[in-house]
Ligand binder design. Structure first.
Ligand code: COA
Length: 142
């Protein structure tokens, strides 16, 4: 996809990104998005939130999160109008490149069991599910 620009997100795009995720993201089984949280992420780690831009429009995202210990990938999403053209692969390659450079030895992604396309995508990029783990969570407010 030669016309696609892959770059770091800006804080002033937080609203655009929330709208984008509402229509393009994997939105089941997670808390709702907050504008402040997106701004906080970009301010804390300006290279973590990666966007794909086509004709001046955001058409894809991925968060390449690095906490100094583990590398976690979130919010991989591509605009439904332009899926199947390699943009997801382009974003993931950029994210992996960043995380590898920071010292990551392994990349982790959360994938809903019933997200068939998501599973196909990650499998095509060499990811395998870890059956021996389950994610345990607790609300920070509890
Ligand atoms: C998953 C997603 C990001 C893929 O983006 P994309 O730009 O369409 O993906 P690509 O074109 O780069 O495809 C890469 C590979 O993924 C697989 N793939 C992509 N779409 C697929 C589909 N509809 N069916 C089966 N496999 C698919 C293929 O193996 C493909 O490789 P190929 O082109 O060599 O066949 C996109 O479908 C999406 O945004 N889905 C909704 C959000 C989501 O579920 N995100 C994942 C969260 S875990």
């Amino acid at each position: 996809m030669t016309d696609v620009v892959v770059r770091a997100a800006r804080t002033d795009e937080a609203g655009v990104l929330l709208d984008f995720w509402a229509r393009a993201g994997e939105n089941a089984a997670r808390p709702s998005d907050e504008l402040d949280a997106v701004v906080r992420l970009v301010e804390r780690d300006p290279e973590a939130l990666v966007v794909a831009e086509l004709d001046g429009r955001v058409v894809g995202t991925v968060i390449a999160g690095w906490d100094g210990w583990r590398a976690n990938l979130y919010r991989l999403a591509v605009d439904p109008d332009v899926r199947g053209r390699g943009i997801g692969g382009l974003l993931l390659a950029r994210a992996e490149q960043r995380l590898r450079a920071l010292g990551a030895q392994r990349f982790c992604a959360m994938v809903l069991e019933d997200n068939g396309v998501g599973r196909e995508f990650w499998a095509s990029r060499g990811y395998v599910p870890q059956d021996e783990w389950r994610r345990w969570v607790k609300a920070a407010s509890s």
